[in-house]
Write a protein that binds this ligand. Sequence first.
Ligand SMILES: *[C@@H]1O[C@H](CO)[C@@H](O)[C@H](O)[C@H]1NC(C)=O
Ligand SMILES: *[C@@H]1O[C@H](CO)[C@@H](O)[C@H](O)[C@H]1NC(C)=O
Length: 376
Amino acid sequence: MMSHVLTHLLCLVCACMARPQPVSPRSMRMEQNSPATGSLAGRVVLPCHFSIMSVSTMPTTPPPAPGPLLLSDALHAIPSPGEELRIKWTKLVAGGEKVVLVAQGGVVKVGQDYKSRVSVASHPLSVGDASLLMVQLRASDAGLYRCEVMHGMEDTQDTVSLNVTGVVFHYRAHTNRYSLDFPGAVAACRNVGATIATPEQLTVAFEDGFDQCDAGWLADQSVRYPITDPRPGCAGNLGSRPGVRTYGIRDTFEKYDVYCYVDKLEGEVFFPSSVKDKLTLQQARDECEKHDAVLASPGQLFAAWRAGLNRCDYSWLSDGSVRYPVTVPRPQCGGGLLGVRTLYKYENQTGFPEPSDRFGLFCFKGETETRLSRHA
Ligand SMILES: *[C@@H]1O[C@H](CO)[C@@H](O)[C@H](O)[C@H]1NC(C)=O
Ligand SMILES: *[C@@H]1O[C@H](CO)[C@@H](O)[C@H](O)[C@H]1NC(C)=O
């Protein structure tokens, strides 16, 4: 009751002060919205905070009276029939924009790629919050978004950038295809600087275009594989439809490949520029040591690839595998496809090269080591 009275008093005060000016009595303002980062298959809030205030009184407005009720709260509380709030989120893409969500008067429309994945607060006006909650994050969600808030004749907007970290990758042991039992699969991911992927992470990777016709263990002890381009031999339980094929939950002693997940790189992967010749596995290990580093793990290489590393040289990694990352498509490097290329020993895509074979090398230096050596 008391706060109602106070609200009305405050409104009267500001309405009077606004009157002498011919400009619109109220104005919307966007708060500073910071960039956002989320992990693959996780959730993120794209911030968009706005306030509605009286412009003309701004310079002379006394500080709000002490107490729980702020002047801006009072203004938000003004019922203004016919002045519905409209929130529009778009993604800025090459050559235009894509509608993510439009919300007005309780009606919410969502763009095709964002179905069941985005929402805004149900009473954005009263809280000055038009932030967008996005779930089941895909790598392709990364980019620049615009938040627009329209209220009556007023309109304010801001852009927010979103980064999405993390990548799912297929891993095969050096011995043969389908040679990992469940404990072995968990250990294999750990040994290559990653964790065993969850079904949610694999699903999101599939949405981003991941296609791999090899059954692999996942964290829930299920075995699945992602197919975006259906073809004979990769039908699984879905026939000719794209999707993640599943064998269901399996006994731990059965043997498959594995899908691993790595989040953002906590350090640096590099190809030492001093190295001119191809090296054996042992020489590569020694070379990294000269740089106060170690041979990079496959997990680290995938994370570096995700962050943009591009190098068209088959190179040694810590597990004795040989790979290279492509982020810039070129016909002579991985046939114009993007991703991490793996060199297998046999045509049937099994086996690692012999340790005495000669290749390049990727070294890894952790964040602390990097910082220490820069300051040394
Ligand atoms: C997002 O990624 C870009 C490029 O990788 C980087 O420059 C930027 O600092 C990142 N932003 C955030 C908020 O992490
Ligand atoms: C692939 O080829 C190698 C060498 O010929 C063989 O040892 C291995 O069993 C084969 N693996 C599969 C899955 O066919």
